[in-house]
Design a protein around this ligand. Structure first.
Ligand code: TYD
Ligand code: ZN
Length: 414
């Protein structure tokens, strides 16, 4: 049997044997920003992705136990970006105005509701809602805003408890959460029990097709045990009698996909589902060669980025990281970026400030320090927020600063 977490040699979805197609090497917990005294006892694992030839699921061979990632110190608060707030407001209203419109006293459950960034809109509309959020610190933020939240991991047992207390759900939602859960079949079984026969399960995650197209390998880190495609999602939920009825591409997280699933036969399957499946076949997302090409692209991206950073170091330029993202942990550790290349990483999240970046131990400092003395170059680790950031940082460019980007290609831009 495949373990729910830890190291596996079998697909977490279909149990076929899998093997890694590459390794990013020894990696720490991506969101594990360290207090200086914690640096000596840092936890590492091997970051090695695999592609399952049988069901098409892209996944990690090894994942740290969930308790190591989602705990009372989890440093990720969804509500830090203005664009993300607008995104989740739009997501909530799309559900309210379509998926559950006209229903009598609908009940909405969100898996991984974080600080309540999406559920607050259901609360504001007076709708019955429940968030499931294992990280106690972020769950507490939601509760302090009267957003009903239970601190637990979602599984079959919790699904039964929710049904017993609140009844079945009209909609189950999840954003950037499903790809975190190693026991995907356990969640499938839970969703099957919790959802009404005419209910809908809508979730979105970073999209495998975008990652392959942009060589944005930094989406691969401990939390993202899966990278989904419409093809792999369709196959993963079929055993639970759920089918994909709609797919909606999103620009968030550097390219995401929103999937709507419903009990088989309960609603029409929209035309774009078939179109997306055909597009994925044309892109080769279901073929092993695609991943060997991806591996070669990762290696050339690493070489180009390090060449740039070494050159700037030799020229005595000041380089600062922008955004202490989880993603940046894969980049710094895979490429070998140190505080010799990047003086510090600027970040607006108070809990990350004063800490060291995982593995590379680059200091994280408050945003003020970036503004106080602009560097020559800013390495854009938060590239998924490029539009918002470049709009905001016109002062940096006016002062002669330049961005170093690495997605889809390594470049220096204004
Ligand atoms: P996020 O987009 O959630 O990426 P990941 O999922 O890889 O962690 O993280 C964005 C980080 O960047 C977060 O720590 C906040 C920070 N940030 C800034 O410091 N300034 C900004 O203007 C924005 C948009 C984000
Ligand atoms: Zn499989």
């Amino acid at each position: 049997m495949t373990p729910a977490n830890g190291v596996t040699r079998h697909c977490r979805v279909c149990n076929a044997e899998i093997a890694p197609f590459m390794s990013f090497g020894r990696m720490p917990i991506a969101n594990g920003f360290l207090k200086p005294e914690e640096a000596a006892t840092e936890y590492f694992f091997e970051l090695a992705p695999a592609f399952c030839d049988s069901c098409g699921m892209f996944q990690l061979m090894e994942q740290p136990r969930p308790e190591k990632m989602f705990h009372e110190q989890y440093a990720f608060y969804s509500s830090t970006s203005r664009y993300m707030q607008a995104h989740f407001e739009a997501f909530a209203h799309a559900v309210i105005n379509n998926a559950i419109a006209g229903r009598d006293d609908p009940f909405v459950v969100e898996l991984g509701s974080n600080d309540g960034i999406m559920l607050r809109h259901f609360r504001q509309c007076g709708l019955r809602h429940l968030g499931v959020e294992p990280s106690a610190n972020v769950a507490e933020v939601a509760r302090s805003q009267s957003i009903n939240t239970v601190s637990a991991f979602f599984d079959r047992k919790l699904a039964d408890d929710i049904v017993a207390e609140h009844g079945r759900a009209d909609a189950i939602l999840a954003a950037n959460v499903m790809c975190h859960i190693p026991d995907l079949p356990g969640v499938g079984a839970g969703v099957q029990r919790l959802l009404k026969p005419d209910g809908v399960f809508i979730f979105e995650d970073p999209y495998l097709g975008d990652m392959i197209a942009k060589s944005s390998y930094d989406q691969i880190y401990d939390e993202h045990v899966f990278m989904f495609s419409a093809t792999s999602v369709q196959r993963a939920f079929a055993p639970f009698e759920l089918e994909v009825v709609d797919v909606m591409p999103q620009i968030t997280h550097g390219g995401s996909m929103r999937y709507a699933l419903a009990p088989v036969g309960s609603r029409p399957v929209l035309k774009n589902v078939g179109a997306q499946l055909a597009k994925e076949a044309a892109l080769g997302l279901d073929r092993p060669e695609t991943y060997l090409r991806f591996k070669a692209n990762c290696e050339s991206s690493r070489a180009a980025l390090m060449q740039t950073l070494e050159r700037l170091r030799a020229q005595g330029k000041r380089v600062v990281g922008y955004g202490a993202t989880s993603k940046s942990t894969t980049v710094t550790n895979y490429c070998g970026i140190t505080s010799g290349h990047v003086e510090f990483i600027s970040d607006t999240t108070p809990i990350k400030q004063g800490r060291l970046s995982p593995g590379a131990h680059i200091p994280v400092r408050p945003y003020d320090e970036f503004v106080k003395k602009y560097p020559d170059y800013a390495l854009l680790f938060a590239w998924n927020h490029a539009a918002e950031i470049r709009e905001k940082e016109t002062g940096f460019i006016a002062a002669g600063g330049r961005w170093i980007v690495y997605v889809p290609e390594v470049a220096i831009v204004a």
